[in-house]
Design a protein around this ligand. Structure first.
Ligand code: NDP
Length: 679
């Protein structure tokens, strides 16, 4: 059989293995499959190519352009999953495992594509948080912005998720506007290579946006600077070795690490065997042990259960694990495949033996393992193993050693405080789950165990049907954890994008900040529109265009009419004496919603025109009460424009209402959809 010659993609060229190459074996049969090597790659040229071509091309696009690009790319890959599944079997993955990896990666890209359009502006910089008022008269303000880094993201990925591991980093990186050099773990890099080939063939990404190294990174890390990011997933020892690279330290190169973690799952004291929570716990834990043969950074390693439930849990887990058919992942009926390589098998058996020095093996036997399929003698198969730790307070290996395979340990706790102590003994982890139907326990654990974990996953009878699983990092939620888990953070929606951007504080006048952000900042110069803004199309409207309306007197009849009409007879509007006794009001006052309606009545241009719909209202505040005989007027300013389709876009307006003394009485943001053309 000819070996696959894994190619790197460097400087716009596919380059075959060079120098000292490494052979890669099938996880299932042990036969040689491929070889990889990258000794002859010119890493400086790769960085230059990314910075000269990829970065500028990506940064010329807005967040929305890049989000649309991600959507096209995800759609392209989604239509080509079958050949990826075929290759994925060779990594030891079952079809269900491959779906987590391949579909999960593509799904992550879709989520970033959607979030980029919904939660980021159609612009080149991202405002982070609200405007800060830094002066009494509002002439000097502050705003935080995130701008794309001008360098390259180097992604060093683990062997266990050759596709998801790449795409979960690539999506936020590209959305930020930063090119990437991807270095997959060599043992499963043939699957990553196939996926990168698809992405390059698609022609959707600008040249230089992605490059691939199949092999080692040579002196790449010595060449990075403060505009670059290293995002690493793998073992703690490699993370610590790479992050202490002198160049990385000297230049404060960002280093994001996600590494081994002794994730815990707690069975709540309320979850006795007669409750749905008990079954849920057993189901979640056995799924975590067997999915991807336990090779998940988030897999449950420590099962922390009430002392009284230890034997029940071991018994129920044993029944369930017994039903797991292990073998060739491409053969029907197989529920758990092989580890990714023989090296991993050796490593897992060694680590399990270490755990065995302080815990008793309660389930699993490597010597009697029977396999589903033929020709599997040299495959990297390992029996699921369940240990029981009788003295978790004095044990140390079980809280510090991760066997990166289908291995977990059950340990008992006395009370919730003890369970929290054991959870935190992992020294920092990516995720901990708690199966409980008791919100008070959930609160105590969140406060006391939260600081040790990147994610807490509570599940019970209410959420179990729709919950996403202890071990599934979601693009919406932060993935990473303190201490042993690496101290890094990925994903988490737009947060994950900002890891590839520089957050900076910008200070200046309202006009300067309006110019920088493309969003009207209160206090900036108003622009007189040539006609009422509601008669102007999306493209005609300019940021800062403002209508100042005429005044309108608010009468006692208006207040009474509104009260009777809507049924809102709250005393502050209807009872002079009771209203006057309220510290907020001088006496009866107009309803806030009446003022909003008057505002619309004052600024609306009634005839059909480009304004299609009012889609919402944000940040409404009332600053001063309005009494009968007060007069109100409104200013309506174009604040921000966002293209939504090829026919219309969203226009956000800043609305201010003043009284006859020019005091502001109300303020809000109005959302409308405005057409590109007049009909
Ligand atoms: P490693 O830490 O050895 O490798 C992770 C990545 O780093 C791979 O891409 C690897 O490439 C690369 N790498 C290793 N050495 C260097 C170097 N000197 N310079 C640049 N890149 C380097 O982890 P493994 O993948 O071998 O897994 C080992 C253990 O790590 C597992 O048994 C498990 O305990 C843990 N792990 C944790 C994961 C998590 O998400 N928390 C995920 C996977 C593993 P190459 O393959 O070419 O060596």
């Amino acid at each position: 059989m000819t070996l696959m010659q894994l190619e790197s993609y460097a400087g716009g060229q596919w380059v075959g293995p060079s120098g000292k190459t490494r052979k890669i074996h099938s996880a299932v049969t042990g036969v040689e499959l491929a070889e990889a090597g990258s000794d002859d790659l010119n890493f400086q040229e790769m960085l230059d190519h990314a910075k000269r071509k990829g970065g500028p091309a990506l940064r010329a696009m807005t967040f929305h352009d890049r989000a649309r690009m991600l959507k096209s790319l995800a759609t392209y890959l989604n239509e080509r999953r079958d050949p990826l599944y075929e290759l994925s079997y060779k990594t030891g993955a079952t079809l269900a495992d491959s779906k987590v990896d391949i579909d999960g990666g593509i799904g992550t890209m879709f989520v970033f594509a959607s979030k980029g359009r919904r939660e980021m502006p159609d612009a080149h910089i991202y405002p982070d948080g609200d405007l800060e008022i830094l002066s009494r008269n509002g002439t000097f303000l502050g705003q935080h912005y995130c701008t794309p880094l001008l360098g390259v993201a180097v992604h060093i990925n683990a062997f266990n998720f050759p596709v998801w591991g790449m795409l979960e980093k690539l999506a936020p990186t590209l959305l930020a506007g930063v090119p990437a050099i991807v270095k997959p773990a060599t043992s499963t890099s043939y699957l990553t290579e196939a996926c990168v080939k698809m992405m390059v063939e698609s022609g959707i990404l600008p040249e230089g946006a992605i490059q691939l190294i199949c092999g080692g990174t040579g002196d790449l890390l010595d060449r990075l600077d403060c505009q670059d990011v290293v995002s690493f997933t793998g073992s703690a020892s490699t993370a610590s070795y790479l992050r202490s690279n002198k160049n990385i330290l000297d230049n404060s190169v960002r280093f994001v690490a996600e590494q081994d973690s002794l994730n815990a799952s707690v069975l709540g004291p309320d979850a006795t065997p007669d409750t749905p929570e008990f079954d849920l716990f057993i189901k979640e834990a056995s799924r975590e042990i067997t999915t991807k043969a336990g090779q998940k950074c988030t897999a449950i390693r420590r099962m922390i259960v009430p002392n009284t439930q230890v034997q029940n849990v071991i018994d129920a887990m044993s029944v369930r694990l017994d039903k797991t058919t292990i073998g060739d992942p491409s053969v029907e009926g197989t529920r758990m495949g092989a580890l990714a390589s023989l090296d991993q098998k050796r490593d897992v058996l060694e680590k399990a033996a270490e755990i065995g020095t302080e815990c008793k093996l309660a389930y699993g036997n490597q010597d009697t393992l029977t396999l589903n399929g033929d020709g599997l003698e040299n495959g990297a198969f390992v029996s699921p193993m369940l240990f029981h730790c009788e003295d978790p307070d004095n044990a140390s290996i079980v809280h510090s050693t991760e066997a990166f395979g289908p291995v977990a340990t059950v340990m008992g706790y006395r009370d919730v405080a003890h369970a929290i102590e054991l959870m935190n003994k992992g020294g920092g982890s990516l995720v901990a789950s708690v199966i409980t139907n008791d919100p008070e326990i959930a609160q105590e654990i969140t406060i006391k165990a939260g600081p040790f974990h990147g994610r807490l996953y509570f599940n019970n009878r209410t959420s179990m049907k729709e919950s996403t699983g202890h071990g599934s990092p979601l693009p919406h939620m932060v993935h990473g954890g303190p201490g042993r888990a690496g101290g890094g953070e990925e994903l988490g929606g737009v947060r994950g994008v900002t890891h590839y951007m520089q957050r900076l504080a910008v200070q200046g006048s309202p006009d300067i900040l309006t110019g920088i952000g493309g969003t009207y900042v209160k206090g900036a110069t108003f622009i007189d529109p040539p006609a009422h803004p509601f008669t102007r199309t999306f493209h005609e409207l300019q940021i800062g265009e403002t209508v100042h309306t005429a005044s309108r007197k608010v009468t006692i009849e208006d207040i009474e009419h509104f009260a009777h009409f809507t049924g809102d007879n709250f005393y502050a509007h209807m009872d002079e004496e009771a209203a006057a006794a309220n510290p907020f009001f001088p006496g009866r006052v107009a309803h806030g919603y009446l003022l909003l309606s008057f505002a619309a009545g004052l600024f609306v241009e009634p005839n059909p025109g480009p304004v299609l719909a009012n889609t919402g209202l944000n940040d409404l505040t009332f600053q001063k009460p309005v009494s009968a005989d007060d007069e109100v007027r409104v200013s309506l300013t174009v604040k921000r424009k966002t293209k939504r389709t090829d026919e219309y876009g969203e226009v956000r307006w800043h609305v201010n209402m003043f009284n006859q003394n020019d005091e502001q009485v109300a303020e809000y943001e109005l959302l409308t959809m405005v057409a590109f053309e007049r009909t």
